[in-house]
Design a protein around this ligand. Structure first.
Ligand code: GDP
Ligand code: MN
Length: 376
């Protein structure tokens, strides 16, 4: 789950990280009023689930409430990476002497939470990572001990020559790690971490991703979900208890089981197609899930071919067949559908489909190849 900067800022601040005050505004008037309260010189920032706002014009400095109003007029309603901005954050503008990067990410390859720091922070951090990876120092945290003081101190000194700044950074890293653990995060990032002319180190941006699987035990964090900021198809899928991730390809895939779904996507690519989604209907046989799955794929304008790949175990092929028949009677199929069924109640499933004019295949390779060809 993604959360907004203003939410991540509150979490960081609650763990003692120095974060300047901020207010959220949904109209230019509110932004001007907030700027007034902050003494006029502010930064106005788009609140969306995407990075790179600075480069896209979604972060603007203002010298007065009147300018803050103009900035908010420009930023509210603009689209950044196809996402409409509905809220801005208004915060006192900081004077910046230097910008660094600090982040913690769950690194699945290392099987560890990994801290990354770089003195080359700011809006070009992706380029730094690509062109001079040696400028980013990494440390895998041993979960048995957590982040140890001497490790944090070393990282602080990697960031700053000034020992005062290094000490502040070390303390901030410890708090960031606490915030990351307490929130069930898979990412916690401050970019930029600034030093101001007075030598104070502060976080002026905040980003967190939360592990969906941690939300059941963290109701306060779960409540931060902004449904309006999420992909509507993915929200609907979650409500129907489908695992669904929209992708850019053209072959809509409806599969039972995450492993088979991954294998199906691999095979789609192997036969020259591109999967339009990852969709796991799970182990149940609920026809409503099949209906929702078909609706989601049909409504995706990129989909030119639909593939069902069902391996009946707990899921029964006849139930899925009934779901397909029911769904297609409720809606107009605008693209060809290819169905592969095998396993529990396979004969019944194939018979039900045949009765309604659908051919079902048993062989996975043949089905995937056919679905890819029909989509071209
Ligand atoms: P992002 O581009 O989405 O990561 O948004 P950021 O919040 O990181 O802002 C982008 C850039 O805007 C920062 O790297 C800073 O250079 C600049 N910026 C943001 N807030 C302030 C501020 O309070 N004062 C000044 N001088 N610059 C700021
Ligand atoms: Mn940033």
């Amino acid at each position: 789950m993604n959360i907004h900067e203003f939410q991540a800022r509150r979490i960081f601040a609650s763990h003692g990280i120095p974060v300047p005050d901020a207010e959220v505004a949904t109209t230019p008037d509110e932004a001007a009023a907030a700027a007034e309260r902050f003494g006029g010189r502010v930064v106005v920032k788009a609140q969306i689930h995407a990075g790179g706002r600075g480069k896209a014009g979604g972060v603007k400095l203002a010298a007065s409430p009147a300018e803050a109003r103009i900035n908010a007029e420009q930023i509210l309603g603009m689209k950044i990476k196809d996402i409409e901005v509905r809220r801005v954050l208004v915060a006192p503008a900081e004077e910046i002497a230097s910008e660094a990067y600090v982040g913690i990410v769950l690194d699945r390859a290392r099987q560890a939470d990994t801290i990354m720091v770089s003195s080359e922070g700011g809006v070009d951090i992706e380029e730094v990572a690509a062109t001079m990876p040696e400028a980013i120092r990494k440390l895998a945290v041993d979960p048995r001990y957590g982040l140890l003081n001497h490790q944090a101190t070393l990282l602080g000194h990697h960031l700053y020559d000034d020992p005062r700044a290094a000490r502040q950074a070390a303390s901030i890293l410890g708090k960031l790690y606490e915030a990351y653990l307490a929130s069930g995060a898979t990412l916690a990032e401050i970019n930029p971490l600034i030093v101001n002319p007075a030598g104070e180190v502060k976080a002026i941006d905040a980003k967190m991703n939360i592990d969906d699987n941690a939300l059941f035990r963290l109701p306060d964090i779960a409540a931060l979900r902004d449904l309006e900021a999420e992909n509507p198809a993915e929200v609907r899928a979650r409500e129907a208890e489908l695992s669904y991730i929209q992708l850019d390809g053209n072959v809509g895939c409806c599969v039972n089981g995450a492993g088979l779904a991954m294998a199906t996507m691999d095979l789609v690519k192997y036969y020259g197609g591109e999967p339009a989604n990852f969709l796991d209907i799970g182990g149940s046989s609920n026809p409503d899930k099949v209906v929702t799955a078909l609706e989601l794929m049909t409504e995706d304008p990129g989909v030119t071919s639909i593939l069902f790949n069902i391996f009946g175990g707990i899921t029964r092929c006849d139930d899925v067949a009934n779901g397909i028949v029911e769904a297609t009677s409720r809606m107009e199929l605008r693209v060809p559908i290819t169905i592969r069924l095998t396993g529990t109640n396979e004969e019944e499933g194939v018979a039900i489909l045949a009765e309604h004019g659908f051919e079902a295949m048993i062989d996975m390779d043949r089905a995937v190849e056919t679905a890819v060809r029909r989509g071209n």
